[in-house]
Write a protein that binds this ligand. Structure first.
Ligand code: TTP
Ligand code: MG
Length: 283
């Protein structure tokens, strides 16, 4: 006697023999028992999968907690009683690995209202210097103090999957006046007109529906909107044409951030004469 498949329980059989008589009672009780088994069996599989995930997660958390403690080496002062800015004296930084890249003899002083330009050939350590300011590089010797809130705009812009506006606000509350000023200073207004839904247009992860220059300007706008005291820009003009570079330098660096302490890695040497100090990385 054969009972067809019921739910996820495979079909089962009943031996037909003179001794066994399949009564209604037997058939339904058996069916009922099998049905009752279904959910514990499914839950067992889920529990098994979750245990495996749990073990993997615990392993990762364990690895993370066992990492070596990073000693903060730059002095970071957030007090309002000090004038914001950066001062580094005879700074010597390394990337931690023996015989790896190091920058030494770093002397810089950046005050509010100043643009401190950093120039040097590719691979000379411009990005490293900006990361040394952010205390991401290991300090071997020297004195370094960073006073105030710092905003950092990295060399390669990144975009997350959300609207243009959310990419600029980056979790901060929306303030219409500041937001409009930032859009103007980062020359985003024309681009927004060309987007189907203006600044509410949803961007894809990594910003594949944007040009390189648009990504870079959204990244700059995000930094500007952060309303920090110290701004560190790593080559913000690299993906922009000459005209937009000119406009952005004037509106953002000279006007919008005119009272801030700005460190600006730059390859467009024509702007250097408008900067307060120029540092050159050599050797
Ligand atoms: P960078 O500091 O990246 O050089 P750069 O910014 O001047 O170059 P570019 O103009 O192309 O942007 O690199 C200097 C050296 O530091 C290089 O040998 C790689 C090393 N380095 C690390 O080891 N780890 C890091 O995280 C970085 C950023 C650089
Ligand atoms: Mg770099």
């Amino acid at each position: 006697f054969h009972i067809p498949m019921i739910g996820t329980i495979p079909s089962f059989s009943y031996v037909y023999h003179e001794k066994f008589v399949l009564t209604l009672q037997e058939a339904f009780v058996t069916l009922d028992l099998f049905t009752r088994l279904q959910s514990p069996l499914l839950e067992f599989i889920i529990a098994l999968l979750q245990s495996v995930e749990g073990i993997v997660s615990l392993g990762r958390i364990n690895k993370f907690l066992q990492l070596e403690e990073k000693v903060q080496s730059n002095k970071i002062v957030r007090s309002k009683f000090f004038l914001p800015g950066i001062s580094i004296e005879s700074g010597h930084y390394s990337w931690g690995t023996k015989g790896g890249f190091e920058i030494s003899n770093v002397n810089m002083e950046v005050k509010p209202g100043e643009i401190h330009a950093v120039v040097g050939s590719t691979g000379s350590g411009k990005t490293s210097l900006t990361l040394a300011i952010l205390d991401q590089m290991d300090k071997i010797s020297g004195q370094a103090t960073v006073r105030g809130k710092v905003a950092y705009v990295p060399q390669s812009a990144w975009i997350f999957s959300a609207s243009v506006r959310e990419n600029i606000l980056f979790g901060r509350p929306f303030e219409a006046k500041r937001y409009a000023a930032v859009l103007r200073a980062s020359c985003m207004e024309k681009d927004l007109e060309s987007f189907s839904e203006g600044d509410l247009t949803i961007l894809s992860e990594g910003g594949s529906n944007l040009s390189g220059g648009q990504k870079q300007r959204i990244s700059i706008a995000r930094g500007a909107y952060a309303d920090a005291d110290v701004y560190v820009f790593d080559d913000p003009l690299s993906a922009l044409d000459a005209q937009v570079s000119n406009e952005l330098f004037r509106k953002m660096m000279l006007e919008y951030l005119n009272r801030k302490a700005v460190v600006l890695v730059i390859n467009q040497l024509q702007f250097l004469k408008q900067c307060s100090v120029v540092s050159v990385l050599e050797g």
